[in-house]
Design a protein around this ligand. Structure first.
Ligand SMILES: *Cc1c(COP(=O)(O)O)cnc(C)c1O
Length: 394
């Protein structure tokens, strides 16, 4: 099996698994318990919090453990909205290419009287700093822009957006789920007030994540109960997963430049190879993208068929977001970068990890070429295009 769906989730790293085991087998106390087993767990929890904080340029008091990226996104945005509502500020700025964990939360706030501005990103899939600046009003409480997009891999100008928000006194949240562990991130130099992290996107276990909240940014609890996480997130901490997450993050940031150089080489092979297919296109900016993301659209191709045939060839790929697949709506991200419905349906996302090899990439290029041609040969739409009864879009 060739796994090229690392943006959906990654294999749990051996380092993370090894780090987790003792916290199931021996150090299994509840961190809130006063006895020695509990205290041992509590010390491990504290140490994990300190390590995670150091890896993103924060302090331990600014790190809250959550169940993952979705929860962190929800809590960040709802907290900012609550802060805004108290000051009579009910305007939030975000983009059209955010993850649904952000977009659906904003949708809910809209129904509760908030005004939401969703910025365009243009063909490049990158939001303009100028647009963010111009959208900020006196009643704006929050700007939420993702660090890197999960479908097309484009990396946003986060530090610059953060700087503007800081100058204007507006809170800045970034969904950094695709970026943490893949890029060097420092919440100080990036001017970030709130940041969402998910472990399984960098080799940690699933169902665990973190929310960074700058000192002084008051969080609203989404879950009521015990006093865990400084009263901001009730529930016994998932200590094995938290320890696994921190081990995975340390590991993924180790030797990051060399790993990214390797991934870029594979990614560029994929891009160059697959773009040899006639009437195909790369989604998003060619340079300002994650080192492991190659996302394409093909004319006259149905994405689901493409994925199933590739799966038959042992290749695990995706059409875009794991959350959008299974629904018939085309991806909101591909529509936002100007792909028309038909073309957006013919998408393919290949996301690499350092486990992938050059041989695998060569095989995948050959198979994608073969499958696209096979499907087009059966497609009435393709026949119309070739016969000139329909216009090519790509
Ligand atoms: C995966 C993902 C999420 C959701 O994270 P979970 O931990 O799966 O809840 C949020 N935002 C982005 C950009 C993602 O890629």
């Amino acid at each position: 099996m060739i796994y090229l769906d690392n943006a959906a989730t990654m294999r749990t790293s051996e380092v993370a698994i090894d780090a987790m085991m003792p916290y199931m087998r021996t150090i299994y106390g509840n961190p809130s318990s006063l006895h020695s087993a509990g205290q041992q767990a509590n010390e491990a929890l504290f140490s994990a919090r300190e390590k995670l904080a150091a890896l993103i340029g924060a302090t331990f008091k600014e790190v809250y453990f959550t169940s993952g990226g979705s929860e962190s996104d929800n809590q960040a945005i709802i907290s900012a909205a609550r802060i805004g509502a108290r000051k009579g500020k009910k305007h939030i700025i975000s983009t059209k290419i955010e993850h649904h964990a952000v977009l659906h939360t904003l949708e809910k706030l809209k129904n509760n009287g908030f005004e939401i501005t969703l910025l365009d990103v243009g063909e490049s899939g990158i939001v303009s700093v100028e647009d963010v600046k111009n959208a900020i009003r006196d009643d704006t409480i929050l700007v939420s822009v993702m660090y890197a997009n999960n479908e097309i891999g484009t990396v946003q100008p986060i530090a610059e957006i953060g700087k503007i928000c800081r100058e204007k006194g507006v809170l800045f949240h970034t969904d950094a789920v695709q970026a943490v562990g893949h890029l060097k991130i420092d919440v100080q130099t990036d001017n970030i007030d709130l940041m969402s992290i998910s472990a399984h996107k960098f080799g940690g276990p699933k169902g665990v994540g973190a929310l960074y909240a700058r000192k002084g940014v008051l969080l609203t609890s989404l879950i009521e109960g015990g006093a865990q996480e400084n009263n901001k997130r009730a529930g016994t901490e998932n200590l094995p997963a938290i320890v696994g997450m921190v081990a995975a993050l340390e590991k993924s940031l180790d030797d990051l430049d060399r790993k990214n150089a390797y991934l870029k080489k594979l990614r560029d092979m994929l891009i160059d190879g697959i773009l040899e297919i006639p009437h195909s296109a790369l989604n998003g900016d060619r340079e300002k993208r994650l080192s492991n993301n190659a996302s394409f659209c093909f004319e006259a191709i149905e994405g689901e068929s493409l994925l199933l045939l590739l799966s038959d060839k042992g290749i695990c790929a995706s059409s875009g977001s794991a959350c959008t697949s299974g629904s018939l709506d085309p991806s909101h991200v591909l529509l936002a970068i100007g792909r028309v419905h038909d073309v957006a349906h013919g998408s393919l996302r290949l996301t690499l990890s350092v486990d992938n090899t050059m041989e695998e990439v060569e095989y995948v290029i050959a198979q994608v070429k073969w499958v696209v041609e096979y499907l087009r040969n059966m497609s009435p739409v393709w026949r119309d295009l070739v016969e000139g009864k329909r216009q090519f879009i790509l």
